[in-house]
Structures are given as C-alpha cells and as structure tokens.
Design a protein around this ligand. Structure first.
Ligand SMILES: NC(=O)c1ccc[n+]([C@@H]2O[C@H](COP(=O)([O-])OP(=O)(O)OC[C@H]3O[C@@H](n4cnc5c(N)ncnc54)[C@H](OP(=O)(O)O)[C@@H]3O)[C@@H](O)[C@H]2O)c1
Length: 214
C-alpha cells in the first residue's frame, strides 16, 4: 500500500462535502501528491503531507505558506498545514507523525496513501531478486491494493470508507522512468490535480470498497 502501489489508496471519514477538510497525503515532495496538496490548499483545505526528501518538503512548505501569507507571518501554529519529512516504511516515523497530527489538532477527514515507488523498467524475469523483494513487481501491487481495499472495506466501522483510486496516466518522474520521453505526451500533475481533488472530496461512504479512476 505504501511502497510500489499503482493505486492511490484512500481512507476517508465522510461528511458534508462543502466543509473545509483536513487531508493527509503521503508522498508530497513531487508528482501527484505535491500537485494535489497545492490544489487542496488553494481551495482552502488543510493539508498534512509527508515525504522523505527534506529539501522538497521545505520547498512545499514555502509554497503553501505563500498561499496563506497571514498565517505564515503569525505564529507557526497558525498555519493550516503540517508538512514534514517521514519515510512511510518506518513504523516509528508513522507513529510520530500520528502523534504530531493529534497534538496539532489536525485530525484528517481524508487520507490519500499516495507515496509509491516503482521497480526499474524491466521484463519480469530481469527484475533482480532484491528489487522484487523491496517493491514487488509494480503491476502485482495494483491487484494487491484493490484486494486489500475490498477486504478493509468490510472491516471498517460505520461512517468510514476505503477506496482504491487509479489516478490515470500522468506525466511524473515515475512515468518518465517507465515511458522515457513519451511521458511528456500525458497530462501534467497540475492539470490532473483539480479533477482529482474534486473527485476525492466528493467520495461518500457509498463508495466504500470501490475501485475508481480519476
Ligand atoms: N503517474 C502515473 O501515471 C501513475 C499511474 C498509476 C498510479 N500512480 C501512483 O500514484 C502515486 C504517485 O505517483 P507519482 O507518479 O506522483 O510518483 P513520483 O513522482 O515518483 O512521486 C512519488 C512520491 O512518493 C514519495 N515517496 C516514495 N517513497 C516514499 C516513502 N518511503 N516515504 C514517504 N514518501 C515516499 C516520493 O517522495 P520522496 O522520494 O521524497 O520520499 C514522491 O513524493 C504512486 O503510488 C504511483 O504508483 C501513478
């Protein structure tokens, strides 16, 4: 779900869609996660975001602050966002993030499990064993996320929903690693993000267990 996924995996506590939401997104340093974080912030929602690259995390913090200069110029606790450096593979780091989120009283309405990585573009028989162990084969994880989503959907308490969301094909670093220069033929994260944000914000408990595409 966190590494090598092909689907964004959403867990959402659904409520009234017009309200300002708090959305936690993993993998916000570039690509889809970054574009989605900025789109949601521009719409007035609060974003909790994480990734490993501290320079890119800082750059997103600065860009988010520039969208809301009033909060940036007052105390840091006034910021509606919480962007931090976390490796989602580390249970300890995730626990620390959860603690930080609770202490900041920024409880997420929606969680977008977006962080992902991909094996080097290779025929399956050419994927080295250690790489296969690390990320599994990318397409296999697609089915794993869908199966996990259906299973978790049955266990969730009332009022929560989990959805497997395919973003479509978007020109990011990940796509370039697969498609090379042809990645430029596909939509940019910035043109994808408004549609994705609208869709994610409009999900309801009736979507629990579904596999959807932006
Ligand atoms: N682009 C597409 O066409 C496409 C199609 C289908 C599915 N997807 C899925 O959409 C998601 C985003 O893809 P993308 O194209 O935006 O990829 P990307 O450009 O490679 O970005 C991946 C993001 O995940 C973060 N990340 C990776 N491992 C992490 C870890 N262990 N802990 C925290 N953050 C981590 C990366 O940040 P750091 O390296 O800084 O940690 C980066 O911000 C992925 O799950 C992907 O499988 C994309």
């Amino acid at each position: 779900m966190t590494v090598g996924t092909t689907k964004l995996h959403l867990a959402a506590a659904m409520g009234v869609t017009a309200q300002k939401k708090t959305v936690l997104i993993t993998g916000v340093s570039r690509g889809l996660g970054r574009a989605l974080a900025l789109e949601l912030a521009r719409r007035g929602h609060s974003v909790i975001g994480c990734a490993r690259s501290s320079d890119k995390v800082s750059s997103l913090q600065t860009e988010l602050a520039s969208l809301n200069p009033a909060a940036a110029s007052s105390s840091s606790s006034a910021s509606p966002h919480l962007i931090t450096t976390v490796d989602v593979r580390s249970d300890t780091s995730i626990k620390e993030l959860a603690k930080h989120v609770v202490e900041s009283r920024l409880i997420p309405d929606i969680i977008v499990n977006n962080a992902g990585t991909i094996n080097q573009n290779n025929k399956i028989w050419d994927i080295p064993a250690e790489e296969f162990d690390m990320v599994s084969a990318y397409c296999a994880t697609k089915w794993a996320v869908e199966g996990l989503t259906r299973s978790v959907a049955k266990e969730l308490p009332l009022g929560l929903a989990v959805i497997a969301l395919s973003p479509g094909v978007v020109n990011t670093d990940m796509l370039t690693s697969c498609f090379g220069s042809s990645a430029a033929l596909y939509q940019s994260p910035e043109s994808w993000a408004p549609r994705a944000a609208t869709m994610i914000l409009s999900l309801t408990t009736e979507d629990n267990g579904a596999s959807l595409t932006v």
